[in-house]
Design a protein around this ligand. Structure first.
Ligand SMILES: [Zn+2]
Ligand SMILES: [Zn+2]
Length: 462
């Protein structure tokens, strides 16, 4: 019996070996173009780092900071804001993804340093985000918009105002004057690379159509750095910054001491932070397609690798990997698209024959590279880490959180809602079959409007 076992076990183990080897080879064959293309992009980004520093120096007299060889985090936050109260418990709010990206690129960084030494320009290339404070002294703000950003009226009008606020679209309750107690307030927050149009062009007409809509004051904000809102350069667009700008532009501005929140995608991270901070005022929170990942160390990279992995296909996935992994390449994309958004609109109309260009397409181009880059890293990747803490607090106070999630969502994993419910069973999750990241609202506006009225009415009667 023993003799019989030996010959059968040998071919078995070798067949497993062959299978493993074939699988490894196939995997390598598939990942080879990925590796080649992204290695080339790594190289290109390093070259652009030097190119942009020269161009900035030429156009503005000083090099813009970048994260290629950044200093440590505490220097950066101090440099940008000074010592802020409350930073200790929240951390700096700056994402590890802004630094860790470059860990693998040691050779590239050595190359940049070699080129700089060769050019003997090391001194002028010293700019880091830690220098913000000094820049304020020398009038960094006076620089206004960066030469590579759009300077059209709608993009820079906020600079002419003393105390700029976010752009807010207000849909007043028609039943009674604003501020009266019988009226409810609802604040709508959009996701990354979007604007208030996400709500005002889709859901607002349906909400207003209904007689129930007469009792609600609706506020849709353009987040900091998005749409028609200010896009300051001396700001790192952390979760805390976004919350503070909404506070001063909506909560204080309109004296809303009680409100409901509705948020889409990345806006959900901001909505939860705002709700936790104003827990006494918030009446209900509705999150549409929230990117939820259980909080733990290194979650920033998990989010980055899950939402925007380095992929060549499909083209949207490739574009988002370029925009999130490469600081200087993404600046070049913004230079072509965002700086020239006024040129693209008529061109696009002529090419497609459409009477109006899709507002989502236009919204995507109404950011600056600085605002889009930092919001992606510091809110979408880093802010996810705060969600558990904020949800815990809201659950303790028995606040109602509702989630609408499309099972066909390709931007955010569709099980994010269920994951949230696993950890916080009181969260009400509504999985919509086959709905996508945006189509969970678009084309379903009537149903969503009825859902919202039900949520708002229930939370008020409690
Ligand atoms: Zn750089
Ligand atoms: Zn513009």
């Amino acid at each position: 019996m023993v003799v019989a076992k030996i010959p059968t076990s040998l071919p078995l183990s070798s067949s497993i070996l062959i299978r493993k080897w074939t699988r490894k080879c196939t995997k390598n064959l598939i990942s080879a173009p990925n590796f080649l293309v992204f290695s080339y992009l790594d190289f290109l980004d390093s070259v652009l780092c030097v190119v942009y520093k020269y161009l900035d120096l030429l156009m503005e007299g000083e090099a813009s900071p970048c994260y290629c060889r950044s200093k440590n985090k505490s220097d950066i936050i101090k440099g940008c804001y000074g010592n802020r109260p409350g930073d200790e418990d929240e951390g700096t709010g700056i994402s590890e993804t802004l630094y860790g990206r470059q860990k693998k690129l040691k050779e590239m960084i050595d190359l940049i340093e070699f080129v700089e030494k060769l050019l003997n320009k090391t001194k002028v290339f010293d700019a880091g985000y830690g220098d913000f404070k000094d820049k304020k002294k020398v009038g960094f703000n006076r620089l206004g918009n960066r030469w590579s950003d759009c300077g059209c009226d709608s993009c820079i009008s906020w600079m002419k105002v003393d105390d700029p606020k976010l752009h807010v679209v207000v849909n007043e309750a028609s039943s009674k004057a604003m501020g009266e107690h019988s009226n409810e307030n609802v604040i709508f927050i959009h996701g990354i690379l979007s604007s208030s149009s996400f709500w005002t062009k889709t859901l607002f007409p349906k909400l207003s159509e209904s007689a129930k809509g007469d009792n609600y004051n609706m506020f849709a904000v353009d987040l900091l750095g998005h749409g028609k809102s200010p896009k300051p350069r001396d700001n790192l667009y952390t979760l805390k910054d976004h919350v503070e700008w909404i506070e001063k532009s909506v909560v204080s501005e309109f004296g809303s001491n009680s409100f409901h929140l509705v948020a889409h995608s990345m806006g959900s991270i901001i909505a939860l932070a705002l709700a936790a901070k104003h827990s006494k005022s918030v009446k209900s929170i509705t999150l549409v397609a929230p990117p939820y990942f259980p909080s733990k160390d290194g979650v920033e990279f998990t989010v980055m690798n899950t939402l925007t992995p380095k992929r060549l296909w499909p083209p949207e996935a490739f574009l988002s990997s370029v925009m999130t992994w490469y600081e200087h390449l993404s600046r070049s994309v913004c230079f072509v698209l965002c700086r020239n958004h006024r040129t693209w609109e008529p061109l696009f109309k002529r090419l497609t024959g459409a009477r109006e260009v899709n507002f989502m397409f236009m919204d995507m181009m109404k950011i600056t590279h600085h605002s889009g880059w930092h919001t992606t890293h510091n809110v979408l990747y880093r802010g996810v880490k705060q969600m558990d803490r904020n949800l815990e607090m809201l659950m303790k106070l028995r606040k109602k959180v509702h989630v609408l999630m499309g099972t066909g969502d390709k931007s955010v994993p569709p099980d994010c809602g269920n994951q949230m419910k696993n950890k916080f069973p009181e969260v009400e999750v509504n999985n919509i079959p086959d709905a996508g990241h945006r189509s969970v609202v678009f084309n379903r506006e009537n149903v969503v409007a009825q859902d919202l009225f039900r949520i708002w009415e229930n939370s008020t009667s409690h």
